[in-house]
Structures are given as C-alpha cells and as structure tokens.
Design a protein around this ligand. Sequence first.
Ligand SMILES: [Fe+2]
Length: 198
Amino acid sequence: MSFTLSELPYDYDALAPYMSRETLEYHHDKHHQAYVTNGNNLLKGTEFEGQSLEEIVKNSFGKNVPLFNNAGQHYNHMHFWNWMKPNGGGDKLPGRLAKKIDEDLGGFEKFKADFIAAGVGQFGSGWAWLSVKNGKLEISKTGNGENPLVHGATPILGVDVWEHSYYIDYRNRRPDYLKAFVENLVNWDYVDQLFEKA
Ligand SMILES: [Fe+2]
C-alpha cells in the first residue's frame, strides 16, 4: 500500500474561530502532505511495504525511525481531522462511552482536566491521548509522532500539541487551545465509533 492524503471532512472555515482556515491550510495541506510524501519515499523497498498503516506504525517503531515518524504522523493526523467537527465538543457523550469515562476516569470533568493536563505537560512536540488498554480507558501523552498503538493500546481520541497545530490561532497559549478543543471541537461520535471497535 502507499499513503494517501484524504480531503478534510469539512470546509477549511468550518472550525473557526477555534481553528482557523489558515491553520487548517498549513496543517493539512503542507504538514500532513509532507508526512504522506516522505512516508511513501521512505517505505519504498523496505520490509514494511504491503503492510497496513497500523502494522507499519507498530512494526517500524524502534526499527526504522524516519519511516516510523512519518507513518505515525500520517496515522495520527488522518484521525485528528475526524476527531474534530463544527459545533463539536462539550459533555454530550454517547451513553456507553460516558459511563466508561465515569467508571475508569472519575467522570467527565476529571477526564477533561486530566486530558488537558496531559497536553499541557507534553514537553515540546507531541500528542495527548485517550485510549483503550486491556479493556480500560486511559489518558497518556507521547512525544513527536509516537502514539498509543506502540504501547499496546488503541487510541480513540488524540490532540496534536505540535506548535503547527495552534500557534497561528493561539500563539503560545497551548492550554487555551486544548480547552477549546475539548469544549468546542471534539467529534464524540467518531470517538465512540473507535471505542465500540476497540
Ligand atoms: Fe500536526
């Protein structure tokens, strides 16, 4: 297989004012495109050709760093666009997922605080995650292009905390970006689909 860049699932203006057209144009059309292009070049002629994207991410981890970085970031961003929607966010979650957050993470407000804290606490570039591991929800953070797949977990929500994700709209105010992401952008239906599959 080769990596391909899908269109955004909404218009470039659709997430404003929480994420601007300019951010989406640079982040999707330039940054994500570069991960796809570089990933395809690095994949050619390797033992990983012919594997699924998830397999390439898991199998190249620790073995082929440049390929892993680009394949990981392609996987992360492919989901990231779908983890957001216009008029998203807030605490109106599908029932089973809401119950699981209550059971495993101490309720929605605690989830929100801990998820934002994970993103704020990631030193430098990386991601904050909500994942399913051994049947339980957990919050984590990773550096650069790494993700929970390589730690035996299935990510169901992730937020990009590389500066390219928020610097145009929020400058250095990463906590404000993360708060807006949870309160106004999260596509809980997509999170729930991944939760049901995990
Ligand atoms: Fe990004």
